[in-house]
Design a protein. Structure first.
Length: 183
């Protein structure tokens, strides 16, 4: 297991509108917990497409983990050129910081946004270039990650491919663990 694609909800899908929202802290802890497990299974590369939310939070966790695991690398493979063009300044800053620290950056379609097909191409590409998918997703709350999950499930039918989900229940357990620690 040396390459994992990580994705999940965008912030607004979770009702998160500030970088310092307490929910982000718990999501990052859940991501870190899973990435540590994967590191012990030989993880070398984390692939993201650079979208807001779970993916950029993952990048921040990877940078933290790189202090201890220097062989861990981050690739940002955007679906199209200038994906951040319409984002607000704060989101662009976070994105630029991630790009500046990433080990590899490229655009899958090498063109600006043209159609939703570019997202399908991105999903297929990320699944085919990784051994596993780690997805912040709960079947109880549909959202944009369902498309990547569907692509991964279809790929899994013909290939050895692992899918790991971080559900709301997993996040709740981390909140409860943290509550116990602070008591």
């Amino acid at each position: 297991m040396n390459v994992v694609t990580v994705s999940g909800y965008k912030p607004f899908e979770l009702g998160i509108f500030k970088q310092n929202d307490i929910g982000v802290t718990y999501i990052k802890k859940a991501l870190k917990k899973e990435l540590l497990l994967l590191l012990h299974e030989g993880l070398e590369w984390v692939l993201i497409s650079g979208q807001l939310g779970a993916e950029l939070w993952t990048a921040e966790v990877v940078f933290e983990l790189q202090e201890e695991f220097s062989n861990l690398k981050l690739a940002v493979l955007t679906p199209f050129l200038d994906q951040e063009k319409m984002w607000n300044e704060q989101n662009k800053e976070v994105y630029e910081t991630v790009l500046a620290k990433a080990d590899y950056i490229n655009s899958i379609t090498k063109r600006p946004y043209e159609s939703p097909a570019q997202f399908r191409i991105k999903n297929q590409f990320l699944v085919e270039k990784s051994n596993a998918l780690l997805l912040l997703y709960d079947h109880e709350k549909e959202g944009s990650p369902k498309y990547l999950l569907k692509t991964a499930e279809q790929y899994q039918e013909k290939h050895s491919y692992e899918i790991r989900l971080i559900s709301f229940y997993d996040l709740q357990l981390i909140v409860e663990e943290e509550g116990v620690k602070s008591d």
